[in-house]
Design a binder for this molecule. Structure first.
Ligand code: CP
Length: 314
């Protein structure tokens, strides 16, 4: 299957075949990650810039590990340690980096649209590592990988996404990605955390009642309450949010016996998830998602930089 994308910025530009190519490539990288020496020379000679202008634990560390395991050179750059604090523009910053003949920029920024702007003004490949409330496409890929591993197929799978839909860039990529793969998607949130037009996201069902939705779901995807993006008070208290929308031990009896629990991290324990459910040995795939972050980011780096099936045979 030909893979001819230059950037990974908007998951809706990817077909089901493109996404399956990434997931199948990620599955092949699992074997590399289970060796004693977890390193292959597949991207030797390529240079990748990790430009993180917003905090990150999982995305940043997994990109860095993915790059090291593929043997490419990386530069970690961004935030308050750069000349942007002296007023240098994004375009001038990118032009400076591109003068070093880099191959790819991975960017996280609090402003939606920054990855596309970088792609427009540079010759480098660009991966969106999360931009404002817009998209987070590699998060969607690692979520799909974890769901695929747990459930074996996407067609007709009923996925519920619960929580802060309105502020979530995870939703911006995950809902379209699930729809591309043939899932049925329900969004569940208090009206104050729902976007004005939830239909624009492409979900099949919209509800504010988690207790009615849970019995139908094969996958329960809990979102983080994004305290840093909230304006005003969309619910009376975190305790009340936990009572009305939290996935708690008391709600487990409402779930299908084989339903799984996902969360993008970081978790607000005691708010959207209690520890019983977050650490549930049979249901929680949250740490599988973290591991899938390495596998899918290795796959995205490799395929975007021109890798093919032949590279594995060599
Ligand atoms: N899920 C996610 O993007 O986590 P980080 O903010 O830690 O990268």
């Amino acid at each position: 299957m030909a893979f001819d994308h230059k950037h990974l910025i908007d998951i809706t530009e990817y077909s089901a075949d493109d996404i399956m190519t990434i997931l199948e490539t990620a599955a092949r990288f699992k074997e590399v990650n289970e060796r004693r020496i977890k390193k292959v020379p597949m991207l030797k000679g390529f240079t990748v810039v990790n430009m993180f202008n917003e905090p990150s634990t999982r995305t940043r560390s997994s990109f860095e590990i993915a790059e090291k395991r593929l043997s490419c050179d990386s530069l970690n750059f961004g935030g308050s340690s750069t000349s942007t604090v002296k007023g240098e523009s994004l375009v001038d910053t990118v032009a400076t980096l591109c003068s070093y003949k880099i191959d790819m920029i991975i960017v996280r920024d609090r402003h939606a649209g920054v990855p596309r702007k970088i792609a427009d003004v540079s010759g480098a490949h660009v991966i969106d590592a999360g931009d404002g409330k817009h998209q987070h496409p590699t998060q969607a890929l690692l979520d799909l990988f974890s769901i695929w591993e747990a459930k074996g197929d996407f067609t007709g799978l009923k996925v519920g996404i619960v929580g802060d839909i309105g502020h979530s860039r995870v939703c911006g990529s995950l809902i379209p990605a699930l729809k591309i793969m043939g899932c049925e998607v329900t969004v569940i949130a208090p009206p104050t955390l729902m976007p004005a037009r939830p239909d624009v996201l492409g979900a099949d069902h919209v509800t504010s009642n988690i207790d009615e939705a849970l019995p139908e779901l094969d996958v329960v995807y809990m979102l983080r309450i994004q305290r840093e993006r909230l304006e005003g008070a969309p619910y009376p208290s975190l305790r009340e949010y936990n009572m009305l929308y939290g996935l708690t031990q008391e709600r487990e009896h409402l779930m299908k016996s084989d339903a799984i629990i996902c969360h993008p991290g970081p978790i607000n324990r005691g708010v959207e998830l209690d520890s019983f459910m977050a650490d549930h040995p049979k249901r929680s795939v949250i740490l599988n998602q973290v591991y899938a972050g390495i596998l899918t980011r290795m796959a995205a780096l490799y395929l975007l930089l021109g890798g093919s099936e032949d590279g594995f045979a060599a």
